[in-house]
Design a protein around this ligand. Structure first.
Ligand SMILES: [Zn+2]
Length: 53
C-alpha cells in the first residue's frame, strides 16, 4: 500500500499504484498518486526542469 505524499490518499490496488510517480528530492523519496502526478508535473514544467520525472 502506498500513501500519496501530496494529498494523503492511500491506494492498495496494484494496478493503480503502477500509475503513481516517485520523485527524489533532497535524498528523500516522495510518492504521488496519479492525480497529483499530473498536477505536480504541470506546475513543475513552469518552474524547474522536470529532472525527477
Ligand atoms: Zn495525491
Amino acid at each position: 500500500m502506498l500513501t500519496c505524499d501530496f494529498c494523503g490518499r492511500r491506494e492498495d490496488d496494484e494496478a493503480a499504484v503502477l500509475r503513481w510517480s516517485t520523485a527524489v528530492e533532497d535524498g528523500r523519496r516522495h510518492r504521488y498518486c496519479e492525480t497529483c502526478s499530473r498536477e505536480h508535473l504541470r506546475s513543475m514544467e513552469g518552474k524547474l526542469a522536470p529532472e525527477h520525472w
